[in-house]
Design a protein around this ligand. Structure first.
Ligand SMILES: [Zn+2]
Length: 360
């Protein structure tokens, strides 16, 4: 790997770490809080998919760092969207960078030595982040609004470095139909005895939770749009898929997952999965966060998860799993519960007190 490549990976580490940041900059673009009337992650408040799409269009219309694309319709005929975010100069020449990235992945044949050097010298790190394929794991779809505002408006050296070196593709929801179903069910029951109850039907029109098991057959429109983005349009080098897990233990899972690794995946992919996952953990711990697990719960071998399908195309594929609230309702955690396992490495206790969508 050349120095340029290492530099670009260093930048993507910063980009991934930025996900943990908060939006503070002011500019001509309304903040999500101004647009929705509440801060993202406020107890019992959810931004619904149609309004999320409206906000992303607004951000793109008012920023030369953000492009809005509708990739097609979902199973229920809602817009399935992606944002392309980078420096204005990069966005003006996006097709050229797309060709360099495709060449990096041998599309149209292996690159010559000259072409390879050009890719590393002039290309950008192409990073994809996908959110909330499991619709009740709704936090990332809410977070994505602040992330876009931050990248569109912040002029700090950190954000400038990211924009100059990264082409960031954001899919705010891999399951917009489910986002709508979960939001409507939550709002309908708010203030009733059924508040924060589980949704009693599948949160995808056909395949429910198994929308995350379709990247070998591509039976669903959402999988087809994602595959087109991944292997025909862009060829992202790094793909992070954001999920949520249970409420009663760790606060976040980051890569690496558990052994065994899969012999059909290049070992270098596992190395980079671990390096980038651990950089997320380091950024969190440097920010004083606790309850980070890795090498736990999720397996390196499994071929089912959507975001890990990139491993077989030599793409770095990362998973995060964040502790859940009750969709948007808070949970009261207590330290000692009879029958709960004792804390151990890889199984930290949750913090006592109120656990909510937005981390303190
Ligand atoms: Zn999930």
């Amino acid at each position: 790997m050349g120095g340029s490549y290492r530099n670009r990976v260093g930048t993507v580490i910063a980009a991934v770490a930025l996900l943990l940041g908060t939006a503070t900059a002011q500019s001509g673009i309304q903040t999500p809080e101004q647009f929705f009337g509440f801060r993202m992650g406020t107890d019992n408040k959810l931004a619904r998919w149609d309004k999320i799409v409206d906000y992303m269009k607004l951000a793109a219309a008012n920023s030369d760092r953000v492009r809005f694309r509708e990739l097609g319709k979902t199973s229920d005929n809602n817009p399935f969207i992606a944002l392309e975010i980078s420096s204005p100069d990069t966005l003006k020449n996006l097709d050229r960078y797309k060709q360099l990235e495709k060449k990096l992945y041998f599309q149209g044949g292996a690159p010559s030595d000259t072409e390879r050097d050009e890719i590393f010298r002039q290309g950008k790190l192409v990073l994809l982040i996908t959110c909330a394929i499991h619709a009740t794991e709704i936090g990332a779809s809410q977070m994505s609004l602040e992330l876009v505002h931050h990248l569109a408006t912040d002029d700090s050296p950190q954000v400038k470095k990211i924009l100059d070196n990264v082409i960031f593709i954001l899919v705010p929801s891999l399951n917009p139909d489910g986002q709508i179903m979960v939001t409507d069910w939550f709002n309908k029951n708010l203030g009733t005895p059924f508040e924060a109850s589980g949704i009693p039907y599948l949160y995808h029109p056909y395949v429910g939770h198994d929308n995350n098991r379709d990247m070998y057959m591509f039976t669903q429109k959402e999988s087809q749009h994602t595959a087109n983005l991944l292997w025909h349009d862009w060829f992202p080098s790094v793909w992070l898929d954001e999920h949520q897990m249970g409420s009663n233990a760790a606060r976040i899972f980051v890569m690496p997952a558990t052994d065994p690794i899969n012999a059909n995946v290049h070992p270098l992919i596992y190395r980079w999965n671990g390096i980038l996952g651990q950089s997320q953990a380091a950024a969190l711990e440097a920010a004083g966060k606790e309850g980070i697990i890795y090498n736990s719960t999720y397996t390196n071998f499994w071929e089912g998860a959507m975001a890990w399908s990139g491993w077989w195309h030599n793409q770095i594929g990362l998973l995060t799993e964040v502790a859940s609230a009750r969709v948007a309702a808070p949970i009261d955690q207590v330290r000692a519960v009879p029958g709960r396992p004792a804390p151990a490495p890889g199984r930290p206790r949750p913090p006592a007190g109120r656990s909510r969508s937005r981390a303190p």
